[in-house]
Design a protein around this ligand. Structure first.
Ligand code: G4P
Length: 554
């Protein structure tokens, strides 16, 4: 990649043919991320989805656990030690004339801000639930991010081959707790040992449950729900009960309103069993029909249509050291409009520089290949010699600056100590670079004599990654000292609003990297107490997005 001050390209001269190519590419694309709690079956479902796309020959190739994991970098070493998946990538595959981009999010309990940020690049989300467990904590958190962006949510209720909760109860939980209306696209017949299949609600066809041979695509058998042969295949009382429940649902009246689905207010629901490969194909087919195509994105100057001929995109994730032999850093860019081409000269909105993108990459799991072109909804990986930050916009033609990606409310806070003063320069460099990269949020004490940074993270793993990387990439050993706070709130009115309130109890005031006050609380109870005592003090769980201002470095 080279930078220069030449003018950026403009594609004013796009031909009708090029515009038609763009429209066809956008029309063909669907992009989504899976949100779930660990163990709900995300890896298993991903494998099965890829199998239909012919992207892998044998399901199991994605599963990066145990011996199957190939250690390709230092970075992976930490993952190997912990047996987890930190790095998230993008899996692209073609199926039934569509190009699908699955934005993979780290699946571990100790998830980090990366998981949230990935959702900023997704047009749709698939909420995966274990039928026996229903809604779980991580799913709820991720759902909140989807809700903020109003992205369509498709629900897949997994593990139907095992004893689970009542389907109506599971839907009720989603409706009551998340305030998300549900529209079952299919309905299960029995569950656990007596799981016999699903009834497609729109065609009233029964899809019979059969365990597909491992690694094979399933050919689910379909029969009309009035077919007499069914009586020999499914216990009549189970079928009758399922049909009765479906009637009840239909009686409730609501239609499958695509507008509501696309506004993130109505979730199409599917039942299946990823492990036995049941219900995955029907899900994929319906998903392609109902999901949102790459949509217009909000920029400082209004919405940008994906069909606008000029290329635009934004950085939603940075990954350093994927291959330590090259000490590389990759910026993941979501293409938002126009066609992206290799060797294109684009403008970097924050610095105003023009950059030639000579080696854009497509990442598939841990493999990479150079891409020649990409379209809205796709993700490309760019080598990042330290110039890209999370939220940066790249564009061609007239200036576009996309809304930044918010910092998510951290829940873990710790002093980062550098016990060796002679290593301060490296310590400072490492902390600043890791903050820029978005590996962790950095806060500072209001008492300027306490110079050590406070790391703020949404997952414990982020702190470990920071320590590990400081040691291996910057040569500094550090110590972490937990602060004992669990909740952070930004003060909307800044320092003046805080001064007006006077002394506050049971909370610690710190500064963020933009010198804005942040209040740390031990628990929600203390936070609620403050809200009761000072109802006028406006607090926000999410840091307001900053653009155009450089943060304070350590
Ligand atoms: P995750 O990525 O969401 O963490 O979940 P993963 O796919 O690894 O699945 C977690 C466990 O649940 C795995 O079992 C997996 O086989 C099982 N599982 C996934 N889908 C289904 C399903 O539809 N039915 C049933 N019965 N089980 C399912 P494991 O014992 O932890 O791993 P393994 O022995 O399969 O490797």
């Amino acid at each position: 990649m080279t930078t220069s001050s030449t003018h950026s390209l403009s594609s004013q001269g796009s031909t009708a043919q090029e515009l038609a190519e763009l429209a066809a590419a956008v029309g063909r694309r669907r992009n989504f991320a899976i949100i779930s709690h660990p163990d709900a079956g995300k890896t298993t479902l991903t494998e099965k989805l890829l199998l239909y796309g012919g992207a892998i020959q044998q399901a199991g190739a994605v599963k990066a656990k145990g011996e199957q994991r190939k250690v390709t970098s230092d970075w992976m070493e930490l993952e190997k030690q912990r047996g987890i998946s930190i790095t998230s990538t993008v899996l692209q595959f073609d199926y039934a004339g569509s190009t699908i981009n699955l934005l993979d999010t780290p699946g571990h309990q100790d998830f980090s801000e990366d998981t949230y940020r990935t959702l900023a690049a997704a047009d749709n989300a698939v909420m995966l639930e274990d039928a026996a467990k229903g809604l779980e904590p991580q799913t709820r958190k991720l759902f909140e991010v989807c809700r903020m962006r109003r992205i369509p949510i498709f629900t897949f209720i997994n593990k139907m081959d095992r004893p689970g909760r009542e389907p109506l109860e599971l839907l009720d939980e989603i409706e009551q707790e998340l305030g998300l209306a549900c529209w079952p696209v299919n309905w299960p017949i029995g569950s656990g040992d007596r799981f016999r299949g699903v009834i497609d609600r729109r065609t009233k066809k029964v899809v019979l449950f059969e365990r597909a041979e491992r690694g094979k695509q399933s050919n689910e058998r379909r029969l009309d729900s009035s077919d007499p042969e069914l009586a020999t295949l499914v216990e009549p009382e189970l079928l009758a009960a399922a049909l009765e429940e479906l009637e009840l649902l239909d009686g409730a009246g609501a239609d499958l309103d695509l507008e509501l689905v696309h506004a993130g207010e109505l979730s199409p629901v599917f039942f299946g069993s990823a492990m036995t490969n049941f219900g995955v194909r029907p899900f994929l087919d319906a998903f392609l029909e109902l999901a949102q195509k790459p949509t217009a994105r909000q920029s400082a100057a209004g919405e940008v249509d994906p069909l606008s001929p000029d290329f635009t995109g934004f950085v939603f994730k940075l990954q350093a050291n994927m291959d330590p032999r090259h000490r590389d850093r990759v910026a993941f860019v979501r293409v938002c409009s126009g066609k992206f081409e290799k060797d294109m000269a684009v403008r970097h909105a924050r610095s105003g520089k023009t950059i030639r993108l000579s080696r854009p990459q497509k990442l598939f799991g841990q493999d990479r290949e150079v891409v020649d072109e990409a379209f809205p909804g796709d993700v490309i990986g760019l080598n990042n010699p330290g110039m890209f930050a999370i939220g940066d916009t790249l564009y061609v033609g007239s200036k576009v600056e996309y809304e930044g990606i918010p910092c998510f409310s951290p829940e873990i806070f710790a002093w980062l100590r550098n016990p060796n003063p002679s290593a301060f320069k490296s310590f400072r460099k490492g902390v600043n670079e890791l903050r820029e990269e978005g590996a962790v949020q950095v806060l500072y004490d209001t008492d300027q004599s306490k110079r050590d940074p406070i790391l703020a993270a949404v997952g414990q793993l982020q702190l470990e990654v920071v320590q590990y990387r400081l040691e291996h990439e910057y040569g500094v050993q550090t110590r972490i000292e937990p602060l004992g706070f669990n909740v952070a709130r930004w003060v909307s009115g800044g320092w003046p609003a805080l001064e007006k309130v006077g002394r506050i109890f049971n909370c610690k005031t710190v500064r963020d990297a933009w010198d804005r006050p942040v209040l740390l609380f031990k628990n929600d109870w203390n936070l609620n107490q403050l809200a009761e005592d000072h109802p006028d003090l406006e607090l926000s769980a999410v840091a307001p997005v900053v653009s155009g201002v450089e943060p304070i470095a350590l």
